[in-house]
Design a protein around this ligand. Structure first.
Ligand SMILES: [Zn+2]
Length: 150
């Protein structure tokens, strides 16, 4: 549907800003044009609402109450924002602790135990002395005892 060209001048008509000679043309057009008719009904409705709102008797301290609610909601919002940020920091700190613990565990994990066989030991006494106490096996002790006299 094509937009009526008179629509943009309806406000002028309603505000009595249209010259008298054009006024009759407007009134005749409005009677025939559904778009202009609907537009005028909307404008009249809006103007009536604005007038009613201006005449409305507001309760005292309404502005203060509205400002209080806005302020309260804003503080609530900021508090939740702080909680959210500290939660994120806590998660980050926990993740870092887990990662550091894992890194330390991997770094300190003993390497796979070397197995000593009789064929790899050439000097049994020296081998026994240079090994750590926990690394001496029964086989090592037996080997050392049996080769002591040699
Ligand atoms: Zn029209």
């Amino acid at each position: 549907m094509k937009k009526c060209s008179m629509l943009r001048r309806i406000s002028e008509y309603l505000d009595n800003e249209v010259p008298d000679n054009e006024r009759l043309i407007f009134e005749k057009h409005i009677n025939d044009c559904e778009q202009c008719n609907a537009f005028i009904r909307d404008i009249v409705k809006i103007r009536t609402r604005i007038q009613q709102a201006a005449d409305y008797e507001y309760e005292p301290f309404l502005t203060h109450r509205i400002m209080y609610v806005i302020e309260y909601r804003h503080r609530e919002f900021l508090a939740w924002q702080r909680v959210e940020v500290s939660f994120k920091h806590t998660i980050f700190a926990l993740a870092m602790i887990v990662l550091l613990t894992l890194a330390l565990w991997l770094y300190q994990k003993p390497e796979t135990e070397q197995s000593y066989t009789f064929s790899t030991i050439t000097d049994s006494t020296a081998s026994v002395l240079t090994l750590q106490p926990q690394e001496i096996s029964k086989q090592d002790i037996a080997y050392a005892v049996f080769t002591k006299g040699e």
